[in-house]
Ligand binder design. Structure first.
Ligand SMILES: *Cc1c(COP(=O)(O)O)cnc(C)c1O
Length: 367
């Protein structure tokens, strides 16, 4: 029995009729760019997150890039983020000509070590991008207090954390803006690329709408240099259907994670930690093992597909070799990147599949 890393097939078979119906209705309407379907999705996603506005964009990377642009961040500015994120977070900073400053990971969690932030702030620092990595919210109380004290903007990278809560409140509602990706494997995924930005700031939302739509505020009026970065109407129609299932899917992810953690307890593995402040939505279920590569190979021989998120820290990639890091080289993130392993996880994984994966991990531990 092969166990996929993410089971999109079962999800899509369950919703096939509804999804194909939504696609057919967009095809029938011939409204492929902007339009009612997109604005309805934007209203529904804003309501889901608990924000006043949502602006659909082409992908999560653009969501971050356009947010930085809309906040006026550019050349000469520094933006603080995590060393152990997906490279796209740092790419967005580079796209506006600013410098990404990369902070190490907290010793007992997966997110940015907030005790390092003040040390990294200079007169050039303009913003912080906390990443809610793996679906676990970053320590937003600390981050918002520091940001307020230093007059910094906060852009939440919530690309892996749709629906996660911090102190009972959804991620996406803490910073000035928050960015989401609807890449197919994310907790809310389109049938292709997609992204969104949520905010309570009406002027910022308006600027983002102009930026994503060719810098156009009205027909033939282009007040700023814009991008072609709209969320496709077809994808918006698909996302409206999937959004109705997101809370149920996240509950199933949490139950799957709980079962993994029960089965893997006591084997000397490092398992994911859920802070009391947070409700983790387990985009990824990440364990640590001293012989990660051998374990990965063993799982593969049993037909179990895993991932590594991420095998290198951002500063180990060529474009960020000279980026400032705190502490130098982000040693904790770097050491951990050699030990981490993401086990199969999606709302459609069965308990039997989880038991098979756990058994294989435990057998390796003993062998
Ligand atoms: C997926 C992801 C992105 C980028 O989103 P795309 O839609 O793939 O452009 C950015 N940051 C994080 C943390 C992500 O997981």
């Amino acid at each position: 029995m092969n166990i996929p890393f993410v089971d999109l097939g079962t999800q899509h078979r369950e919703l096939e009729e509804e999804l194909l119906g939504a696609v057919a209705s967009v095809v029938e309407s011939c409204q492929f760019i902007l339009g009612d379907e997109l604005s309805s999705f934007e209203d529904e996603f804003a309501r889901y997150c608990g924000t006043a506005y949502c602006v659909g964009v082409a992908n999560g990377t653009d969501a971050l890039h356009l947010s930085l642009r809309a906040l006026g961040i550019g050349p000469g500015d520094e933006v603080i983020t995590a060393a152990n994120t997906f490279v796209a977070t740092a790419f967005a900073v580079a796209h506006v000509g600013a410098q990404a400053v990369l902070l190490d990971v907290e010793p007992d969690g997966c997110n940015i070590d907030t005790s390092l932030i003040e040390r990294a702030i200079t007169e050039r620092t303009k913003a912080i991008i906390p990443v809610h990595l793996y679906g676990h919210p970053a320590e937003m109380d600390d981050i918002m207090a520091i940001a307020r004290a230093h007059g910094l903007k906060v852009i939440e990278d919530a690309c892996q954390a749709h629906g996660a809560r911090y102190r009972g409140q959804r991620v996406g509602t803490f910073g000035d803006v928050a960015c989401f990706s609807f890449y197919p494997g994310k907790n809310l995924g389109a049938l292709g690329d997609g992204g969104a930005i949520v905010t309570d700031d009406s002027e910022l939302a308006e600027r983002l709408r102009i930026l994503r739509h060719c810098g156009q505020s009205a027909k033939n009026v282009h007040p700023m240099i814009g991008y072609n970065s709209r969320l496709d109407t077809l994808q918006a129609a698909v996302l409206r259907i999937k959004l109705r299932h997101l809370d149920r899917w996240n509950e199933r992810r949490r139950a799957a994670a709980k079962l993994y953690s029960e089965l893997l307890a006591g084997a000397g593995l490092t398992l994911p930690v859920e802070q009391p402040s947070s409700e983790h939505v387990y985009h990824l279920y990440v364990i640590e093992h001293e012989q990660r590569d051998a374990l990965l190979a063993q799982l593969a021989t049993k037909g179990i597909s895993c991932g590594i998120h991420y095998p290198l820290t951002v500063n180990e990639h060529e474009p960020f070799k000279d980026a400032k890091t705190f502490p130098d080289g982000a040693p904790t993130a770097r050491a951990r990147s050699r030990r981490i392993l993401s086990l199969p996880m999606s709302p459609h994984i069965s308990d039997e599949q989880i038991r098979t994966v756990a058994r294989t991990v435990m057998q390796f531990g003993r062998g």
